[in-house]
Design a protein around this ligand. Sequence first.
Ligand SMILES: Nc1ncnc2c1ncn2[C@@H]1O[C@H](COP(=O)(O)OP(=O)(O)O)[C@@H](O)[C@H]1O
Ligand SMILES: [Mg+2]
Length: 333
Amino acid sequence: MTTPMLTVEDLTLAVRRGDDSKPILASVSLSCARGEIVGLVGESGSGKSMTLRTAVGLTPAGSDVSGRVRVSGQDVLNASGKELTKLRSRTASMIFQDPRAHINPFQRIGTFLAEGLRIHQRLSKTAAARTAQGLLEEVGLPDPARHMRQYPHELSGGMLQRVMIAAALASEPELLLADEPTTALDVTTQAEIVSILLRLRRERGLSIVLVTHDLDLAVSACDRIHVMYAGSIVESASATELARAPRHPYTAALFAARPAPDRSELQAVSGRPLGLYEVKGGCAFAPRCPKVIDLCRETAPEPRPVDGHLVSCHRTTPPPLDRSSVLTKGERP
Ligand SMILES: Nc1ncnc2c1ncn2[C@@H]1O[C@H](COP(=O)(O)OP(=O)(O)O)[C@@H](O)[C@H]1O
Ligand SMILES: [Mg+2]
């Protein structure tokens, strides 16, 4: 069996502030096989970015972290600073929601890309420029030679996100961690960026973790999806299976809350999402859950397999049978 590209097991993270400790992630487990596109979906503040950053050793200063994280077999949580730099410059690349926040506005696109290539691949100036232009072509920009000479403000958000994907490819990574890469873009451009990611997976054999709050987008792009709520994964399943029959009430609520042509009314998930630090025991979704019972408020549910999904919910297995309803007449006392 080949080593998975990414495995996160039982990852727990809290950020220390003076004497206080703010829990952020609770026992997160997820994986991404080689060549797989995995979605990490959940409302804002659920811990998606923190999970992704921890996967490449970028935790906030003063974090208490436990669990296991492996990228291509390498132990991330126990790696040295030097090993992490190497990991981030060779094996795993990240792209972010707002490309403009991650690019120098006074630097030409060509210079920006070539700089990365010269550092990562130790290319000569000419070779770096040639490779940079090739990368712009690979991410589908219409006029790579011209874009090389342009400044970031001359490109649209969608074009700039393609430049960022090109930059992420400069180190020839095996794993791409994409944190809401399409959130700031219009719907058509979103679809273009997703199709580029799918093509890169196909052509380069890239493994991709796609963080998004857009469930439809995740279902259309991903092989498997992990749904996150208040710092925990509440449901994991293949994308088709999740869309066909969501098992966790939170996943079901997310599906019901999305706009669809066949739905005249939107059903927002009632209540507001909680941060893990606000959860006072029991299931974090209990205050918003339409299926809540006393047990949910008392005990946090453990993940368990249900019809090919992994679900953390007390209500996903049928309640104990009411024996009187199934006893045959003869058995009735
Ligand atoms: N550097 C930090 N220090 C302390 N808390 C943080 C830091 N970054 C994020 N958080 C908190 O961690 C939780 C998860 O954040 P994040 O991973 O950014 O969520 P998401 O990406 O799902 O929107 C939030 O409650 C957020 O306020
Ligand atoms: Mg985020």
